[in-house]
Write a protein that binds this ligand. Structure first.
Ligand code: NI
Length: 219
């Protein structure tokens, strides 16, 4: 499942994050890539340090407190966020993400866009699948989450600067199809409640949703 989520960060928060990143030091992004991804990864990442730790905390909290993200990813654990910068000519060629990072199995990959789309050209996240390719470039503060199993790339930036936070979630629900089923069921449950309140039908869907989660959850 691929899902985009709006307004993870408010415009004020985006300004703060950008200002913080503007004062931080960046290094070659290849330090966190696997050996084959190193061949195609060409970006910069914010360097480890106290400023990065604080920034991570704030942005991770904003992502984790988003209800749609919780329902779509069912996160059990997140990897430490990486803050990536792609100036002109930078890109990240086709690759699959490492299956384990910092002891976290990567089930869901996500990118939080931090630059305004008008501020750079190129730099689309391209997700490859058997049905074709999907190009994603979202407004600042919006996030896309997708299955970590997919091949994907970042198109070359031809003008301006692409700024993103990327991270990975280990999900309580490992299988993507099951995650999507639970997401749909839970969305239907909430909509039903909004339309008609706590009806017997609502209770049955609530029961099914909770019990499927219980059946499938890896804790
Ligand atoms: Ni990747």
């Amino acid at each position: 499942m691929l899902i985009t989520i709006a307004d993870i960060l408010s415009p004020g928060e985006i300004e703060e994050v950008r200002a913080t990143l503007g004062s931080m030091r960046f290094e070659d992004g290849r330090s966190t890539a696997g050996w084959s991804a190193k061949l195609v990864k060409d970006n910069e990442q914010a360097r480890e340090g106290a400023a990065l730790t604080l920034l991570r905390e704030r942005v991770t909290k904003a992502i984790q407190s988003n209800e749609v993200f919780q329902l779509a990813a069912r996160p059990k654990a997140l990897t430490p966020l990486l803050f990536g910068r792609y100036g002109r000519g930078r890109q990240y060629g086709s690759h699959v993400d490492n299956p384990l990072m910092d002891g976290v199995r990567t089930d869901v990959s996500f990118t939080l866009f931090l630059a305004d789309p008008e501020a750079y050209e190129g730099g689309e996240l391209v997700i490859e699948s058997v049905s074709g390719e999907e190009e994603i470039k979202l407004p600042a503060g919006h996030l896309v989450a997708y299955d970590s199993t997919s091949l994907h790339r970042v198109a070359p930036v031809t003008h301006g600067e692409r700024l993103v936070a990327v991270g990975w979630a280990q999900s309580y629900i490992r299988d993507s199809a099951k995650r999507e089923l639970l997401f749909d069921l839970e969305t239907a449950r909430r909509n039903l409640f909004a339309q008609a309140g706590k009806t017997p039908e609502f209770d049955l869907i609530a029961k099914s949703s909770a019990n499927l989660f219980r059946m499938w959850a890896e804790v």
